[in-house]
Design a protein around this ligand. Structure first.
Ligand code: ADP
Ligand code: MG
Length: 447
């Protein structure tokens, strides 16, 4: 449709919003096409599955009035359905400023107010991720698109992504932005199908300036949502709208996800956050204590930083624990108190745990041998302990997927990932099994 008609149509729609009284305005109307038939007749071609019968008499007359007002003359509208072939294509993108204001207010993302750039400590482990997040929030859609941040759990992905959101909200209050966990995206999609409101879902996610989806690896196995997300992504990308994604692994290591998505994830910038160094851990601890209005003594900070090196969430957990313990016992914070408070959290520092340590501990509980774990045998009696080893190696060593796979008889990284997910699920569902795995882990950490 010509730009003039497009503008006219969008103008009429924005008139409707808030002025149409009780007349519901379906979101797919924004995707409809307006064409002049003659001086007093206009044709409205409806998108996708929408039919002329879906347009109520009240809505028709509200639209005619709005157009009349815009054109200064009486017009009659004729509604048509889009031909099937055209309907299959993803809808074109509307300029974001024409979004209904009502929707925008409701859609403010639920952000953690603490997850700002100001509260984010940078170090060599996350400098790249931090710098690219800043760049993206300064120039959404222009700097890197998509921005793909990956890291294992607790290393600051969600914090950084919400940092982007906070900054965009502060500098571009009019921007249409959405932050969702991937799980939420999937659930909303399913709910929209069940309610027959798929167009609403599309409207919500495709007409954005910035879309931030956290933990995108959750798309694994969700074929229909992957398909939908593929179109969401394309629509936003083509319109140069910013997409930011996070995941627990790099694009090509996300299991059971379509190749065309993996390749798109790599179109922009892929950055990884590593575990923080000792210095960064110290800085994070100081920051977390100060955010709670406290300063921890230097020796206590150093004690925690050497004892807790798995992830940043645990650093924060340690701070919370010490502060809580101190106020509970009404004692000053010193080394004695810190040691007591963290007694069961702390692992003897500086002992490097190897894959061999893990397999030793696992083999004590299973009736099998290392040579079996490293063989090609796939019987359950061998496969399960092998998978537990892989799972624990992912958690408590810094070995890469490839290195772990190599240790267990030259298996490739997808096998390790599969094992990791499988044990993770079993641990989640079966308390007895979780007890076993935790006991083995405890044995590795405190032999
Ligand atoms: P992820 O999403 O990667 O699992 P989160 O973003 O939820 O991790 O981070 C876990 C916790 O650690 C949060 O409380 C977060 O504020 C904190 N955190 C992580 N990285 C940093 C950092 N670089 N500076 C300050 N806090 C951090
Ligand atoms: Mg997270």
């Amino acid at each position: 449709m010509a730009p003039a008609e497009r503008n006219l149509w969008l103008q009429a729609l924005s008139q409707l919003d808030g002025h149409s009284g009780d007349v519901p305005v379906p979101p797919w109307l924004a995707q409809a096409r307006l064409d002049a038939v003659d001086a007093s007749h206009l044709a409205v071609t409806l998108p996708g599955a929408a039919r002329a019968a879906d347009v109520s008499a009240a809505l028709r007359s509200a639209l005619e009035q709005a157009l009349e007002k815009a054109l200064g003359r009486q017009v009659a509208l004729e509604f048509r359905s889009e031909p099937a072939s055209a309907a299959a294509e993803p809808p074109a993108v509307e300029p974001a400023p024409l979004w209904p204001e009502r929707w925008r207010r409701d859609a403010r993302p639920p952000l953690n107010p603490q997850y700002t750039f100001e509260n984010f400590v940078t170090g060599p482990c996350n400098r790249m991720a931090h710098a690219s997040s800043l760049a993206v929030s300064d120039l959404p859609g222009r700097a890197y698109n998509p921005l793909f941040i990956h890291a294992s759990v607790g290393l600051g992905k969600s914090h950084l992504m919400q940092g982007i959101c906070h900054k965009v909200l502060a500098t571009r209050p009019q921007a249409a932005m959405m932050y969702v966990s991937c799980e939420d995206f999937v659930n909303q999609f399913i709910a929209s199908i069940e309610r027959g409101q798929i167009d609403e879902f599309r409207y919500k996610f495709r007409y954005l300036d910035v879309l931030v989806i956290d933990d995108i690896h959750f798309l694994a196995d969700k074929d229909r949502t992957q398909e939908e997300f593929f179109h969401t992504f394309n629509t936003l990308y083509q319109a140069q709208k910013q997409v930011v994604l996070s995941s627990d692994s790099p694009p090509h290591e996300i299991p059971r996800i379509e190749e065309r998505l993996v390749s798109r994830f790599k179109w922009g910038l892929v950055v990884r956050i590593d575990r923080p160094s000792y210095e960064t851990r110290v800085a994070i601890l100081q920051k977390k204590a100060r955010l709670r209005g406290r300063d921890l003594p230097e020796d206590v900070i150093h004690y925690i930083a050497s004892a807790v090196d798995s992830n940043n969430r645990e650093l924060e957990g340690a701070v919370i624990r010490i502060l809580g313990y101190a106020s509970l016992c009404n004692r000053a914070i010193d080394m004695d108190l810190a040691k007591e408070a963290l007694r069961d959290l702390v692992v003897a520092p500086s002992r490097v745990i190897t894959i061999q340590n893990i397999s030793d501990a696992v083999l004590q509980r299973f009736n099998t041998r290392l040579s079996d774990l490293q063989s090609k045998r796939r019987a359950q009696s061998v496969a399960l302990p092998r998978q537990i080893c892989m799972y624990l190696a992912r958690r408590i060593t810094n070995r890469s997927l490839e290195e772990i796979g190599a240790f267990f008889g030259g298996r490739d990284h997808t096998t390790v990932l599969h094992a990791d997910r499988k044990i993770q699920q079993m641990v989640g569902h079966d308390p007895a099994f979780r007890g076993l795995v935790e006991a083995i882990e405890g044995h590795v950490l405190r032999p």
